[in-house]
Design a protein around this ligand. Structure first.
Ligand code: SAM
Length: 253
């Protein structure tokens, strides 16, 4: 896989050079029980089980790699991008354990700087990272993601919404539910339907396979807490993969 040109740091740092002090995710990824666990995002996982594919995948804000590893096991060559060197180190360890090292590359760079040529990626995943950058930057990144998808590619995106108790907007701010230990890193809570509207905008050229806004308890890191989330699975207009839904209503016997 070609590594895109960028101002990235090579992600092969050893323990002494990890950016511990400046990385808010260092400690969550340093734990024995790695934050966010090892289960891939549910809708992405359902898609990968139903639609075996190969090609190039990009995992933006890959963290410690639960989605990266699922994509690699499904057959994609994955480029995992994150600012957390500890997260990327965990991804390399997990890839080795799952015998998918040859299918995973890591890149320590800001997602806003990733080189994304048009019609290049067969899968683009951004699980809770568009909400970690300012809205104006997220809009630009979204456009680049949509353009970088191949004609049969899939896009999987998760963001925190204003329903999240960490949000400073209604209805989240009125909630007394417990807030995530890493909520401080979320700076851009999505309003109702916002992600869906981005997906149906003509210039995105996407077709929604699944969209949901929901509340979800998170037990994978720190004290249990609630999240408000928007979850999108989309493909290109004109692409019709064998997608039976999540869960499939009448699974084939
Ligand atoms: C909530 S975690 C999600 C991790 C992973 N996608 C998952 O679902 O397990 C958000 C991740 O985004 C990364 N991140 C935040 N802002 C970023 C940026 N501007 N560029 C690259 N990565 C970023 C963080 O380091 C963190 O690993």
């Amino acid at each position: 896989m070609d590594i895109p040109p960028s101002s990235s740091r090579p992600s092969t740092l050893n323990d002494s050079t990890l950016n511990k002090a400046s990385d808010p995710f260092f400690e969550p990824y340093d734990r024995e029980q790695i934050a966010y666990g090892d289960q891939p995002s549910a809708a992405l996982s359902a898609y990968l089980q139903q639609v075996p594919r190969s090609g190039k995948a990009l995992d933006l804000g890959a963290g410690a790699g639960r989605d990266t590893i699922a994509l690699a096991k499904a057959g994609y060559d994955v480029l995992a991008v994150d600012l957390s060197d500890r997260g990327l180190q965990r991804i390399r360890q997990r890839a080795q354990k799952e015998q998918t090292s040859g299918k995973v590359q890591t890149l320590a760079v800001d997602v806003r700087e990733v080189f994304m040529p048009e019609k290049t990626y067969d899968a683009i995943v951004a699980t809770t990272v568009l909400d970690h950058i300012p809205l104006t930057d997220a809009v630009v990144l979204w456009d680049r993601m949509a353009k970088s998808l191949t004609d049969t590619g899939i896009l999987y995106v998760q963001v925190h919404t204003t329903e999240d108790p960490g949000s400073d907007q209604s209805p989240g701010r009125e909630s007394d539910a417990p807030v995530s230990e890493t909520a401080g890193a979320v700076i851009n809570y999505f309003s109702p339907n916002q992600l869906a509207l981005w997906a149906v905008a003509a210039k995105s050229r996407l077709r929604i396979l699944r969209y949901e806004e929901c509340l979800e308890w998170d037990y994978t890191h720190g004290p249990e807490h609630l999240h408000g989330k928007a979850i999108l699975l989309a493909t290109r207009i004109g692409a019709h993969p064998p997608w039976y839904g999540q869960p499939a209503m009448f699974p084939r016997r």
